[in-house]
Design a protein around this ligand. Sequence first.
Ligand SMILES: N[C@@H](CCC(=O)N[C@@H](CS)C(=O)NCC(=O)O)C(=O)O
Length: 202
Amino acid sequence: MKLYTNVQSRGNTILPLLIELGIEPEVELVQIDYAYMQEAEYLKINPMGKVPCLIDDDSVISETPAIFAYLADKYIDRGFAPALDDPKRGEYLKWLFFCHGPLTELMDIKSLNVSTEQIEARRRSLSMGTEQAVYDFIKQGLSQAKPYLLGDKISAADLYLAYWLVFAISFKIIPYLDEFKPFIQLIQQRDSVKDVQWFQAV
Ligand SMILES: N[C@@H](CCC(=O)N[C@@H](CS)C(=O)NCC(=O)O)C(=O)O
């Protein structure tokens, strides 16, 4: 497999998963410049001109949560995705999609300094609703975590949520709420993120 990425990109969110799944040696990391992402050669691979993008034989998988889901399912024996018939499968998918949808939208909107009034005016059509709703959703999920989102076993959804939260917190896009701390501290202890400097810094 090949993972097109860039050291400054959200492609980094996939790296702990590769380590956790024990497939780091099987995935060739192709570091590409932002300029190259707009070249015809790369646009043939991902017309969005973005990373990350995973190639596995004839499959081209872009979009971060699709890569999380694809790899965790491909190596389902490693225990990072609930099986199709596992009752926890739905919640697992919910968290992957939440990170990509409402949480990412909030991060984008905050980075663009969109005002509270503008958000409120569009609340019903925004995937995130309001900033507070996003925090409430995470707080409720984490208050029910035992200690992971799906119970006593970690999943790819924990890795994605923790990485994305830490990214947003360290770049001061969202606040480091007390309710996030036990979960983030738990994931911080994992060997797969121990070399991610800013992950350890929050
Ligand atoms: N929806 C994509 C977004 C990926 C994305 O925005 N990647 C950025 C880096 S973090 C990128 O490749 N930007 C290059 C560009 O837009 O020129 C995903 O979640 O994977």
